[in-house]
Design a binder for this molecule. Structure first.
Ligand code: NAD
Length: 266
C-alpha cells in the first residue's frame, strides 16, 4: 500500500510559527488532519495566528534557546495532547554585515537561536517521539546552509551546522524509529516577504545575483512559502518513511549550479 501524506492524528510542534514560513507550515499541518503547537516568542502574534487557524492549533511561549522553556513546553504538551509525533525547528534569526565587523554578542545570539535552539529542541522532544513509536523532525536550514554568501557569515555557519546536527540526530534517533531531515529553502524571494528579510533589498539581490535557472511560463521561477511548507509536511508524513538524515533543497534550482550562456549547443 502506498504510504500516506495525511497527518491525521499527528501532533506537531512548530517553532517560530507565529508568522512567516512557520505559520504556513502550521496551517498545512492542520489542513492535512494534524494538530499543531505554535511555539514562538511573539505571544500576541502567536495568539492571533492560533485564532485564525482554529481549534486544531494551540500556542506556547517558547524561546528556543532556553532549556527551561523547552522542558516546560514539553511537560504542558504532554498534559494537553498526550505527547508529540513531530517537531519542526523553524525559528531563526538573520543578521547581515561584513565578516570583519561581526559583533560577537550578536553572533552568539544567532548561534543560540539558530543552532543551539534546534539541538535543545531535539533533545527535549526525542523522548516524546520515542514514546509515540517514533516521529519525524524537520530542521529548516536554508540555501545559506548549502553555500556561502557575503554578509551572512554567522547565518551561514548556523545553517550549515544545522545540517550536521540533523545527520547526527538521524543516526541516533533512528534506532527508535524517528526520522530527522533538513529542508533548505531558497532565499531572496519577493513572494516570501517576511520580517525576517526586513533589512534585505530583495530586488537588488535578485538583480545582482541573477540565478533563477528554472523557468515556468517563460518567467524565472523562485519559491514561495507554500512550496517550502509542502516539503516540510511531506517529510512529516509516512510518505517520507524512506527518508532520514537527508537535505532537501526547495530553491527552484538556485543551488544546482551556474547556467552559463554561450556554451556549445546553448
Ligand atoms: N525568508 C526566507 O527567504 C528564508 C530563506 C531560507 C530559509 N529561511 C528559513 O526559514 C525559517 C523561517 O523564516 P521566516 O522567513 O518565516 O522568518 P520570520 O522572521 O518571518 O519568522 C521567524 C519566527 O521565529 C520567531 N523567533 C525568533 N526568535 C525566536 C526564539 N528565540 N524562539 C522562538 N521563536 C523565535 C519569530 O518571532 C518569528 O515568528 C528560518 O529558519 C529561516 O532561516 C527563510
Amino acid at each position: 500500500m502506498n504510504p500516506s501524506t495525511s497527518l491525521e492524528g499527528r501532533r506537531v510542534l512548530v517553532t517560530g510559527a507565529a508568522q512567516g514560513l512557520g505559520r504556513t507550515i502550521a496551517e498545512r499541518i492542520v489542513d492535512l488532519g494534524g494538530t499543531v503547537v505554535i511555539a514562538d516568542v511573539q505571544d500576541d502574534q502567536g495568539a492571533h495566528t492560533v485564532a485564525a487557524i482554529g481549534a486544531a492549533a494551540t500556542y506556547e511561549h517558547l524561546d528556543v534557546s532556553s532549556e527551561h522553556d523547552w522542558a516546560e513546553v514539553c511537560d504542558r504538551v504532554t498534559d494537553s495532547l498526550g505527547g508529540l509525533d513531530g517537531l519542526v525547528n523553524n525559528a531563526a534569526l538573520l543578521d547581515m554585515g561584513p565578516l570583519e565587523r561581526i559583533d560577537p554578542d550578536r553572533a552568539r545570539w544567532l548561534l543560540d537561536v539558530n543552532l543551539l535552539g534546534p539541538l535543545l529542541g531535539i533533545r527535549a522532544v526525542a523522548p516524546l517521539l520515542r514514546a509515540s513509536g517514533g516521529g519525524s523532525v524537520v530542521n529548516v536550514s536554508s540555501i545559506g546552509g548549502l553555500e556561502g554568501m557575503n554578509s551572512t557569515a554567522t547565518y551561514n555557519a548556523t545553517k550549515w551546522g544545522l545540517r550536521g546536527l540533523s545527520r547526527a540526530a538521524a543516526l541516533e534517533l533512528g534506532l527508535d524509529g524517528t526520522r530527522v531531515n533538513t529542508v533548505c529553502p531558497g532565499m531572496g524571494n519577493p513572494d516570501m516577504p517576511t520580517p525576517f528579510l526586513g533589512r534585505f533589498d530583495l530586488d537588488r539581490y535578485l538583480t545582482t545575483a541573477p540565478r533563477l535557472p528554472f523557468h515556468q511560463d517563460g518567467q524565472p521561477r523562485n519559491v514561495d512559502v507554500h512550496d517550502v511548507a509542502e516539503m516540510v509536511v511531506w517529510l512529516l508524513s509516512d510518505a517520507a518513511r524512506g527518508c532520514t538524515g537527508a537535505d532537501f533543497a526547495v530553491d527552484a534550482g538556485w543551488t544546482a549550479g551556474t547556467y552559463a550562456e554561450g556554451l556549445p549547443g546553448f
